[in-house]
Design a protein around this ligand. Structure first.
Ligand code: AHR
Length: 320
């Protein structure tokens, strides 16, 4: 290769590397076509999140392209690809699982469409906020698990046989809520997690898994569910087996749904650490800031409350 050609090739490579490290720009305009690729709609949390985006579409003047992956990561990938093909201005994505959605995020970037991750993240060792997607908007899931464990530790005599109902396998909330809780109880010599199994963040799956785990672990004294829907399913399984949730089994959970707050008021659920689903207004503000060229942090953090018997009655009417 002649010297001039070699220099030109290296220069071209440097330019393309620099370009691929840059996020796609978003021009300032009055109306945007915005994609929101929902994971599923089988629980109150997802329904509240979708409603928040739909309400915001009106107030933020979005033409909203909404899809529902119906619990399939493969469909969610196809949904994002379809939004890319339609040439939407921006994509808001709660990736159902950390790995399978990665290529779709990178394809959107390559197509010049900025992606904003909402509530769930992708594998941080492969794709990074500020480089591959604009930002992650969401809660601290590790902290949620830790706060659930701290409530348990403060409300226990110290000896517990714990069953854990995990969320969707491979999802960031399941990974992080497990880490936060498990690390906190690991320091408690009397507390043992005897089983940990996925209930896919779904009420009926949570009920079925709890029924099975009760057979092998009838001595269970604590159920930690990664979301309220599985906690409600576990309450149903425990009651069907003649157990008394809130009396002989303590339940701790995450989300802050209306059913969970009612279960706290009824004395069946001990705590629900909030995971707020109302992302629409945050999405509108963050997108506007990005289009204006303002610095957008890698993590737009959502602060969560905690619901116990001390305050559940004050919040149940406003819950979703
Ligand atoms: O990613 C957030 C989790 O996903 C919520 O806790 C759960 O209810 C939802 O399905």
């Amino acid at each position: 290769m002649r010297l001039n050609t070699a220099i030109a090739t290296v220069a071209a490579l440097l330019v393309s590397t620099a370009a691929s490290a840059e996020l796609p720009a978003l021009e300032k305009k009055d109306q945007y076509t915005v994609g929101f690729a929902q994971t599923e709609s089988n629980n109150p949390w997802r329904i509240a999140q979708t409603k928040s985006f739909q309400d915001t579409a009106e107030s933020c003047n979005w033409n909203l392209v909404y899809t529902d992956a119906a619990g399939s990561a493969a469909k969610q990938v196809a949904d994002v690809d379809s939004m890319i093909a339609q040439g939407v201005d921006a994509i808001f994505l709660p990736p159902r699982e950390e790995q399978p959605l990665l290529p779709a995020v990178l394809r959107a970037k390559a197509a010049g469409i900025p992606v904003f991750l909402v509530d769930r993240s992708v594998d941080a060792s492969v794709a990074k906020a500020g480089e591959d997607y604009v930002t992650f908007m969401g809660s601290d899931f590790i902290d949620q698990g830790r706060r659930a464990a701290e409530w348990l530790i403060a409300n226990s005599d110290g000896t517990e046989v714990i069953v854990e109902l995990e969320g969707t396998t491979g999802s960031s909330p399941a990974n992080d809520r497990k880490k936060g809780f498990d690390d906190a109880v690991a320091g408690q010599s009397g507390m043992t997690i005897v089983a940990s199994q996925s209930g896919d963040f779904a009420r009926d799956k949570g009920r079925q898994v709890m029924e099975t785990l009760l057979q092998s672990h009838p001595d269970v004294t604590v159920v930690y569910a990664h979301n309220d829907e599985m906690a409600i399913g576990a309450i149903q399984a425990l009651e069907a087996a003649g157990r008394k949730p809130g009396e002989d089994v303590t339940l701790v959970s995450i989300d802050g749904t209306r059913d969970a707050l009612q279960a706290i008021i009824d004395g069946k659920l001990g705590v629900s650490v909030e995971s707020a689903p109302f992302f629409g207004p945050i999405a509108c503000d963050t997108m506007k800031a990005y289009a204006a060229g303002d610095e957008v942090p890698a993590w737009v953090k959502v602060e969560d409350r905690i619901f116990t018997k001390e305050n559940a009655a004050d919040h149940v009417a406003d819950a979703y």
